[in-house]
Design a protein around this ligand. Structure first.
Ligand code: ZN
Length: 500
């Protein structure tokens, strides 16, 4: 399954170059590069300085620190709930794939071969058959499916694994492209194509919900072009996300594999009419790329901005001063908030100033910060600082546990609305190729344009503007018109964008 079929953009920052740059560059004590000035530098600063992730001694591989891993765990929990509803069960397959298995589906192996990590020596001896470190698990899983499936009664198979995969990327970029990344890959086998296609769409819907409801990021759902689809799939569908710099990110993919793999791997069954038939298959995946989208879409000049649904700490209480009454009240409030399901921390560290703590919690994107001092105890009212909007509101201390859960829900909704407004401002329609080029040069973003579906035109557009077809939206209506590039008849308005 492809996490990507990405264009290699020249603006990407090589992880190692960046490390060297950082060692020679003096940053402000806690500050980050301004997002509006240089989004690429800002992105790396925010991730490293907030403590989300860091470079590792292995070139191209990063360390997921608790802040990013905590977010990933929430995504995972929410996704698992959806899998359970779909009847999909979690399992685990080996990290290594015998080379012969990977070679069984020709398009598949061609799609991956330049990026493979290969083990040739094990236990001090040359291996008789090379082992591939999984770039994805279609082949090893389907070798087993062939063993397990004989009759229509053995279908469907609905399995998912949460794992890591390795792809030898030359240019890496935190979360968006790495040599090793985390994801889930689900692989299903069905008795009919109708059932398999339904699974493809249900999975795609669940990804859209994860992005919108959990990460507060709007998406466009659609079908990929022949050139952009996953190697080995009949149809690839994806959720596409718009980043604030006008470049798109493929958020997750769901593939209709048809019978391509079942024929290669001999996953066949006796149908109800006692005829032999090959199984209909799907695969779909969501990766830690989602964390990159989260950082880019919501972050600001002060750092990360996390939607409450995924924030490992939703509320931080900072006591101002150090006396028993103050500690008692902050502890009581912490317990009361925990009781109503709020993830809350008290930052009572004595070795740091209030200013330092404010900056740090802002950098980490914590949705709500509350400061309680002597004055607050006297008035019975605290200032609640809301991270994403910068607003400050007054709230009675006594009713924090009633007010904050509602406020967190509101923040979640407001952040999605804000992201929708951003996406809308970066979505255009082009009638002519001149318009297309003008928009792509000025603000980029999603461009809706009629395309004849000839791969030649698609390649020319990519060559001249760096924009690729992102998808044909699932709800697109048929039109009568001409291709934005060649002027030949075109009936569908595709979404184009430069992509990460
Ligand atoms: Zn054309």
């Amino acid at each position: 399954m492809d996490q990507t079929t990405q264009t290699k953009q020249t603006t990407q920052v090589n992880a190692q170059d960046k490390t060297q740059m950082q060692s020679t560059k003096t940053f402000e004590k806690r500050g980050v590069t301004k997002k509006s000035e240089n989004m690429s530098d800002w992105y790396v600063d925010v991730i490293v300085k907030s403590g989300m992730a860091d470079y590792s001694p292995v070139k191209g591989c990063i360390v997921y620190r608790p802040l990013s891993y905590g977010i990933w765990e929430t995504v995972r929990n929410e996704m698992d709930k959806k899998f359970r509803k779909m009847g999909i069960e979690n399992c685990y397959f080996p990290l290594f794939i015998p080379e012969s298995l990977l070679k069984k589906e020709q398009h598949h192996v061609e799609g991956f071969s330049p990026e493979l990590a290969v083990v040739t020596i094990g236990g001090g001896e040359e291996l008789s058959e090379k082992l591939i470190v999984r770039p994805t698990s279609e082949t090893i899983m389907y070798a087993m499916y062939a063993k397990w499936v004989h009759s229509h009664r053995d279908l469907p198979i609905l399995l998912n694994q949460w794992n890591n995969v390795v792809r030898w990327e030359k240019r890496t970029y935190f979360f968006l492209r790495g040599m090793e990344f985390l994801w889930q890959e689900a692989h299903t086998a069905h008795a009919t194509h109708t059932e398999a296609w339904q699974q493809v769409l249900t999975a795609l819907d669940s990804y859209a919900e994860i992005y919108q409801d959990v990460l507060a990021i709007p998406v466009t759902k659609g079908r990929k072009s022949e050139a952009e689809k996953f190697a080995g799939a009949d149809v690839t569908t994806a959720v596409e996300v718009m980043m604030p710099d006008g470049k798109a990110l493929q958020g997750a993919t769901s593939h209709d594999l048809g019978q391509n793999f079942s024929k290669a791997f001999k996953i066949s069954f006796q149908n109800e009419k006692s005829e032999m038939e090959f199984a209909w298959q799907t695969s779909f995946g969501l990766s830690t790329r989602a964390l990159g989208a989260l950082v880019m879409v919501h972050g600001d000049d002060q750092g990360l901005v996390l939607p409450p649904m995924v924030a490992p700490t939703q509320v931080v209480i900072v006591p101002i001063g150090d006396d028993d009454q103050l500690h008692e009240i902050t502890d009581t409030k912490r317990l009361a908030l925990e009781k109503v399901g709020v993830r809350v921390k008290v930052d009572a560290r004595k070795e740091y100033s209030l200013g330092f703590k404010r900056n740090e919690w802002e950098l980490k994107g914590t949705p709500i910060r509350i400061e309680i001092g002597k004055k607050e105890l006297e008035t019975g009212s605290v200032t609640v600082a809301i991270r994403h909007s910068g607003e400050k509101i007054q709230q009675d201390i006594a009713s924090l546990e009633e007010a904050l859960p509602k406020l967190l829900e509101k923040i979640q909704r407001d952040m999605l609305e804000k992201a929708k407004t951003m996406q809308k401002s970066l979505t255009s329609t082009a009638q002519t190729y001149a318009q297309f080029k003008e928009i792509m040069a000025a603000k980029r973003g999603f461009i809706h344009a009629l395309w004849c579906e000839d791969p030649g035109c698609e390649a020319k557009i990519k060559e001249e503007t760096k924009a690729t077809t992102r998808c044909l939206p699932l709800d697109a209506k048929e039109e009568v018109g001409v291709c934005v590039y060649c002027g030949k008849p075109a009936k569908h308005r595709w979404v184009f964008a430069q992509a990460y």
